[in-house]
Design a protein around this ligand. Structure first.
Ligand SMILES: *[C@@H]1O[C@H](CO)[C@@H](O)[C@H](O)[C@H]1NC(C)=O
Length: 192
């Protein structure tokens, strides 16, 4: 009997432990441009995120960086394809450069974000750097996708790169939105 009670208690605690972070994630994601994607992609990390706004933002940014990095790998691979039109090689080359910039900016942002954890005067400086760099990274990703929208390009390469860029940009714009939210909350706290 005691064993069952204990088991029941454990299960209750376990379900509480998994549902609380999810509601935190859900409410934080509700104001992002792609809330469903935001909740789905971040819920996997619910136990790490808990209800920590910093951890939430760090995970979202790390996710965006990882997605961008793997897209960079794909673009680089496409660049090795034979028998493409010169205009396709040119678009791939530009895209590879843009996505490379994007990876660098996101990775710098992730390091800068870590500095925000130390509260005080410097928070605003670090978070505004993060906002600037992530927003440039998003521009790079969008530009790359648009480069492949050109009429001169058609076929499978265009379609798969475009859809990958659109997808990766969704992760980055969600991360940016959560970063803005985090920065705004912190400002509010300072003014109280
Ligand atoms: C991103 O990739 C790094 C390195 O592989 C890994 O440590 C990290 O957990 C990944 N981030 C997410 C949010 O999965």
């Amino acid at each position: 009997m005691a064993k069952f009670t204990l088991l029941f208690l454990l299960l209750t605690l376990l379900s509480m432990a998994t549902s609380t972070p999810t509601s935190f994630i859900t409410s934080s994601c509700s104001t992002t441009p792609y809330p469903t994607l935001c909740v789905e992609s971040l819920s996997v990390y619910a136990t790490t995120i808990q209800q920590d706004p910093h951890q939430l933002v760090q995970t979202a940014l790390s996710l965006s960086l990882n997605k961008t990095q793997s897209t960079k790998g794909f673009v680089t691979m496409c660049n090795t394809f034979k028998n493409l039109k010169p205009i396709e090689y040119a678009a791939l080359h530009d895209c590879a450069e843009e996505i490379s910039d994007s990876v660098n900016r996101l990775s710098r942002s992730l390091n800068e974000l870590k500095l925000c954890k130390i509260n005080g005067q410097d928070f605003n400086w670090h978070i505004s750097n993060v906002e600037t760099w992530v927003s440039s990274a998003l521009t790079d990703e969008t530009t790359c996708g648009e480069g492949f929208g050109a009429k001169a390009l058609d076929g499978r390469i265009k379609a798969s790169i475009k859809s990958r860029m659109v997808n990766v940009a969704k992760f980055t714009s969600n991360a940016l939105s959560l970063i803005d939210q985090y920065a705004a909350k912190h400002m509010e706290g300072m003014n109280l």
